[in-house]
Ligand binder design. Structure first.
Ligand code: ATP
Length: 459
């Protein structure tokens, strides 16, 4: 993690995610299954906000990109054409004693649990695609794969989309969907999973314009990450040197984020030339060429591919948002907020709080509404009225249980940007207390003005 924020532990983040319903272990009641995760009520909202923000930026706000939703299981020849059947493999080694299995380039630092050092086998190729069978008879001809990336569905439908969308090059096809990889060693919480979601764009360009479009997309994508709340200072670019590029690629840049476990990839942006369309043309026997009306030329378009992982972005946002601090016990009285010191107790008059500082547009719940006291029917009724008004526009939450300070803390922990309290003054003058999650400042706002006030940050 960068210097301006204390390092958080993945254990404390995972514990909050479970406690508050962001992320659960898949199949937990059966002991879990390695590399698979479930998103709880808040996690699913967070992921939807990420996907909606991406879709808006990539498809809805543009005239030159259209969407697609291809099937997860496709014709097995697709994966022969793409090179995944042959090449989508990591060399892996096993320990003969403890039966552990690792990627050859990611060997563990720990000793063998059976005692002494691990006893490794020779490295062997391990295909990362999940195999399945289509149809009732388990025979070789019915073998199919769960897609390891969404991109190939786009290439396979290139002609159909081009015909119906009346797009002209340069233009793009975008897709969001599940992908599956039988990763040898899932780890770092959800970072490397076996089932995950991708958001991919294939942007088709005229040969020779690859470099400028690649540069354009790197810039666009870096900007987008900042709009969802990942600051520039925690983002990095890894520019692939020539010798690390795939043989068909002319450029590749990874967008990296400073996770607590190291600086790691969120997205890869590659200029892939005409490799994919050429291979599908070869394997399917169908022309993938584009006819340029103006120049009367026929050519195979080149492609620039920004390919991002929803789960990794969700994890980055959770890491970025998670903050432990010491705040004045009587917060409404004001006072300085202190950074929590790990392992220590807060000073007199302070208490610890965990706050998820999500950017408002990405926060799962935008506003919480509370009656000051739950046994006063007039306050409860008025608070329901305000809640019903606001929930039409934003995901809102209503809570009457416990002391008001405790209710604020519960919302801080899930990153709700605003809290609204209905008290006895409300019944007199129709104003409420509006509390800001980050500064904890409270202001009085007239009820009719609430929507426009909230819209300033929530949109
Ligand atoms: P890595 O080197 O980390 O295995 P990759 O370079 O193979 O990733 P790509 O094939 O470029 O990944 O996939 C594009 C994006 O899909 C990645 O940037 C990442 O966000 C996401 N992704 C890939 N593999 C996984 C995974 N196992 N779990 C979660 N997300 C993943």
């Amino acid at each position: 993690m960068s210097k301006d924020k204390p390092t958080i532990t993945m254990e404390s983040l995972a514990s909050l995610c479970k406690r508050r319903g962001f992320i659960f272990q898949s199949s937990e009641i059966y002991g879990g299954i390695n590399g698979f995760w479930d998103y709880g009520p808040l996690g699913v909202e967070l992921k939807r906000n990420i996907k909606e923000s991406w879709w808006r930026a990539m498809v809805r706000d543009r005239e030159d990109i259209v969407g697609l939703d291809a099937s997860i299981i496709m014709h097995p020849r697709i994966w022969e054409a793409s090179g995944h059947v042959q090449g989508f493999a990591d060399p892996m080694v096993d320990c003969k004693k403890c039966k552990g299995r690792w990627r050859a380039d990611q060997l563990p630092e720990t000793k063998c649990p059976q005692g002494g050092p691990h006893e490794y086998t020779e490295a062997r190729q391990f295909n990362l695609m999940f195999k399945t069978n289509v149809g009732p008879v388990e025979e070789a001809s019915a073998v199919a794969y769960l897609r390891p990336e969404t991109a190939q569905g786009i290439f396979a439908q290139f002609n159909n989309v081009l015909a119906v969308s009346r797009q002209k090059i340069p233009f793009g096809i975008a897709q969001i969907g599940k992908a599956f990889r039988n990763e040898i060693n899932p780890r770092n919480y959800t970072f490397r999973s076996r089932e995950f979601e991708q958001m991919e764009l294939e942007f088709f360009v005229k040969p020779g314009t690859d470099a400028e479009w690649h540069e354009y997309w790197v810039k666009e994508r870096m900007k987008w990450y900042q709009t969802i709340g990942l600051p520039e200072g925690h983002l990095h670019r890894y520019v692939y040197p020539k010798e690390e590029l795939a043989h068909y690629a002319s450029a590749c840049v990874d967008v990296m984020y400073d996770f607590p476990f190291g600086t790691q990839e969120l997205e890869g942006i590659a200029a892939r030339g005409d490799y994919d369309l050429r291979r599908h043309q070869e394997f399917s026997g169908k022309s993938m060429e584009y006819f340029d009306d103006e120049t009367k030329e026929k050519f195979l378009p080149h492609v620039v591919e920004p390919s991002a992982g929803v789960d990794r972005i969700a994890l980055a946002l959770l890491c970025e948002a998670y903050t432990e601090e010491w705040v004045p016990t009587a917060e409404a009285a004001g006072g300085e907020v202190l950074a929590a010191e790990p392992g220590k107790q807060p000073p007199q008059g302070y208490e610890p709080r965990v706050v998820m500082r999500f950017a408002p547009r990405i926060a799962p719940v935008k506003v919480a509404v509370f009656p000051l006291l739950k046994n006063k029917p007039e306050l409860v009724a008025k608070s329901r009225e305000v809640f019903e008004m606001l929930r039409k526009r934003w995901p809102a939450f209503w809570d009457q249980a416990g002391a008001i300070g405790r209710r604020y803390r519960r919302q801080d922990e899930i990153g709700t940007p605003y809290g609204i309290t209905i008290d006895f003054d409300t019944l007199q003058d129709n104003t409420v207390t509006l509390r800001d999650r980050d500064t904890m400042k409270q202001v009085r706002v007239a009820i009719p003005e609430l929507p426009s006030k909230l819209a300033e940050t929530l949109g």
